[in-house]
Every structure is written in structure tokens, then in C-alpha cells.
Design a protein around this ligand. Structure first.
Ligand SMILES: Nc1ncnc2c1ncn2[C@@H]1O[C@H](COP(=O)(O)OP(=O)(O)OP(=O)(O)O)[C@@H](O)[C@H]1O
Length: 285
């Protein structure tokens, strides 16, 4: 598996927050989801990848080339969509197409209008007359028609109804279908990531707590329950656990070993939501 983005020991210190030695690989041709609580550092990390802010130390490689502000020529193949819609709302879709056609050397006007037609958006109305969902669709049409190889999404589907989100998720799946395009998406909508992410990164208080392909999560991770007398027995198989009123909920990260040693142990699928809750609110070992 080729990695399109590699981060090595990235550190960033603000007065009340630090990104702590982040090392990550983002595989080419896949959708990687980043999850984490508010303030976990997701936007900071995406901005560092885009070189919109500098890290204090560490290295970024894109397609195996080290990136720094002096050689940063990614404008034409990496595109970031934010949660806030930064469109000039006085423009129309048609005017936007002309502006982007001049700005982006890979601009695909036919594809832009195909997406605009698929989304059923009016071409000659000012964007300030559009609903939030329509504006997000314009954002995605603009992004995809620049023909990026890497698409970064920072909460870009927040505030959308499930039908529009579904359209957008399908577009992302289509985007990575040729296996050379890559998506890195941060989202609080865990069910969306459950649907589309091939890899999951969980950022918690500026640190990476989980960085796994989703097929490995299914293979290695599970949820199990025990009481206080059994806790010590199962801790060697756990990444984290959380105490409830009558039981402990365990996030198992050595499922195969656990089931060899305790074949009768009942385990359940570890959904992303479980993983986040147990790591975020429980005790990480
Ligand atoms: N320019 C800055 N100066 C000081 N602190 C900052 C700055 N930018 C971000 N931070 C802090 O860094 C931390 C991480 O912020 P960041 O926006 O990366 O989190 P996030 O995971 O994207 O959160 P959310 O899910 O709420 O968007 C926060 O505590 C924030 O206050």
C-alpha cells in the first residue's frame, strides 16, 4: 500500500494545547477518517498538512517528497473543504466556473457542469439565495472539478440532512474508485465514517490513540463486558475500558488472543462510536 501523505513526529504547541509527536500514514486510493472530540487537534493537523500553519517540528512527506513552505506546490492537486462555507456569495455558479477555470490548471468544466446538473443547482442565481445544503454542493462541485488527487475535508458535511450527506458520501466513494485519489476526512458524524472510511484515526487531546485500517479494527477489536472480579484477567487483551454501574465495558484490541485463551468469552463488534466513547471517557491502558 502506497502512502500519499506521511507525517513524522509532528509537534505543535499552543498555550493551552499541543499536538504531540504525530506520526501517521495516509494510504493512497483510500478514504481515511479522523475522529476526535472538539479541540482534539483535527483542524490544526489538517492545516499543518496544507501548510496553512507551520508545525514546531516534524516532517511532512507528500508522495514521498518532503514538504516545507518553500517547496510547497500542492495548490493544483490537494484541495481542502472546510465546515464553514467560504464562497463569495455574490457570484453565480457560472461565474465561479469561470474564476476557477483561470485559477486551477486541471479545471474540468464539463465535470463541473455535470455535478451542478446532478445536484440540480441553478446556474445563474447568486449563491446568497441558496440553502446551506446547496452551498455545500457548490463547494463539492468546485472542489472535485479542480481534479485534485487529495481531498481534505474538515467537518465539511456537518449541518446537512442525511439525504444530502448520502449524496456527498457517494461522491467521495466515486472519487476514490480509480485507486489513485485519496480522501482524508475529519467528521463528528461517526455513522458517515462507518459507511465510507477504509482507515480510522482517533485523535484525543492532541495524540493519536488509534490508527488502523477498518478491516483490522473488525479483526482485532471487539467489545466485551466483565465484572470487577474479572477485570484484571482481561486487561492484557484491552486497549481501554470504561466503568458502568454494574459492569466494565472493555475495548479489546487483541481479540484473537482473547478468544484463544477464553473461547467462551462473548464479544461484540466494536463500532467506531464504542471505540471513541471508551477511549475518550474511560481508562486507556
Ligand atoms: N491559533 C491558535 N492559538 C492558540 N490556540 C489554538 C489556535 N488554533 C487552535 N488552537 C487550540 O488548539 C486546540 C485544537 O483545536 P482544533 O481546531 O485543531 O481542534 P478540532 O479537533 O478541529 O476541534 P473541533 O472538532 O471543535 O473543530 C484547541 O484547544 C484550540 O483552542
Amino acid at each position: 500500500m502506497d502512502n500519499v501523505i506521511q507525517l513524522k513526529n509532528i509537534n505543535k504547541n499552543y498555550e493551552d494545547f499541543s499536538l504531540d509527536s504525530i506520526s501517521l500514514n495516509i494510504p493512497k486510493g483510500y478514504i481515511t477518517g479522523i475522529i476526535g472530540e472538539n479541540g482534539a487537534g483535527k483542524t490544526t493537523l489538517l492545516k499543518i498538512i496544507m501548510q496553512l500553519i507551520n508545525s514546531d517540528s516534524g516532517e511532512i512527506y507528500i508522495n514521498e517528497k518532503i514538504i516545507n513552505p518553500r517547496n510547497y506546490k500542492l495548490f493544483n492537486f490537494i484541495y481542502i473543504i472546510y465546515d464553514s462555507i467560504n464562497l463569495n456569495e455574490k457570484l453565480t455558479i457560472e461565474q465561479y466556473g469561470k474564476v476557477y477555470g483561470r485559477l486551477y490548471c486541471n479545471w474540468d468544466n464539463n465535470y463541473y457542469y455535470k455535478l451542478i446538473n446532478d445536484f440540480k443547482l441553478p446556474k445563474n442565481k447568486q449563491i446568497n439565495t441558496f440553502s446551506k445544503g446547496m452551498k455545500v454542493k457548490v463547494n463539492f462541485a468546485l472542489a472535485l472539478a479542480t481534479k485534485p488527487k487529495i481531498l481534505l475535508l474538515d467537518e465539511a458535511t456537518s449541518g446537512l440532512d442525511p439525504l444530502i450527506r448520502d449524496d456527498i458520501l457517494n461522491l467521495l466513494l466515486e472519487f476514490v474508485q480509480d485507486e489513485t485519489n485519496t480522501v482524508l476526512i475529519s467528521s463528528h458524524i461517526i455513522s458517515d465514517l462507518d459507511k465510507i472510511a477504509d482507515k480510522l484515526i482517533f485523535l484525543h487531546k492532541g495524540k493519536v490513540f488509534l490508527d488502523e485500517m477498518t478491516y483490522n479494527i473488525d479483526k482485532q477489536y471487539a467489545i466485551a463486558y466483565c465484572d470487577i472480579n474479572e477485570l484484571n484477567t482481561y486487561l492484557p487483551y484491552c486497549l481501554a475500558y470504561k466503568e458502568y454501574k454494574f459492569e466494565f465495558k472493555l475495548l479489546i484490541d487483541k481479540k484473537e488472543n482473547l478468544l484463544v485463551d477464553f473461547p467462551d468469552m462473548k464479544v461484540e463488534k466494536a463500532y467506531f462510536e464504542d471505540i471513541i466513547k471508551i477511549i475518550g471517557k474511560g481508562i486507556v491502558l
